[in-house]
Design a protein around this ligand. Structure first.
Ligand code: TYD
Length: 136
């Protein structure tokens, strides 16, 4: 998929009619895969960056459950930055995409719903290797 085609995915939001707050749900049909693992980043210092890798096969869906952060996607040819700052809108990262997460605000929480269990063999952590992998 071309980075230009990526759109944030709206997560259904249920607004309580009595003003008791909102509820969002990531259910079966929202993502093009079965979720195998959920993890989350939190207490990330504002001057730190996360990510800095690509996955060979796994797909990941990122949501800012609280606060905000930037996700820079890189397909080996171009880059595009997404700011995640809503708990009802997420970013589906295509397979084989280098990602960097930065500019975490205080208290920001990044939820990740992944298509696979943790598997270090699915990571490409070296950028030169990534470019080779992409044939770029
Ligand atoms: P990593 O995926 O590199 O984190 P990030 O992309 O957020 O910067 O993972 C950081 C460490 O945590 C690394 O040693 C692997 C470990 N880890 C697990 O053990 N299980 C997991 O599901 C994840 C995502 C990471």
């Amino acid at each position: 998929m071309n980075l230009d085609e990526i759109q944030l995915i709206e997560i259904p939001k249920i607004i309580d009619p009595e003003g008791r707050g909102n509820l969002s749900v990531i259910e079966k049909d929202l993502l093009p895969y079965e979720i195998k693992r959920v993890y989350y980043l939190y207490d990330v210092p504002g001057d730190s960056s996360r990510g800095g890798h690509a996955h060979k096969e796994q797909l990941e869906f990122l949501v800012a459950l609280n606060g905000s952060f930037d996700v820079v996607l890189d397909d080996g040819h171009s880059k595009r930055t997404f700011t995640l700052n809503r708990p009802y809108r997420g970013l589906l990262i295509p397979t084989g995409t280098w990602r960097g997460l930065s500019n975490f605000t205080s208290g920001a929480i990044c939820l990740v719903a992944s298509s696979g269990e943790y598997d270090e063999a699915d990571y490409i952590r070296d950028y030169a290797q990534f470019l080779l992998f992409k044939g770029a």
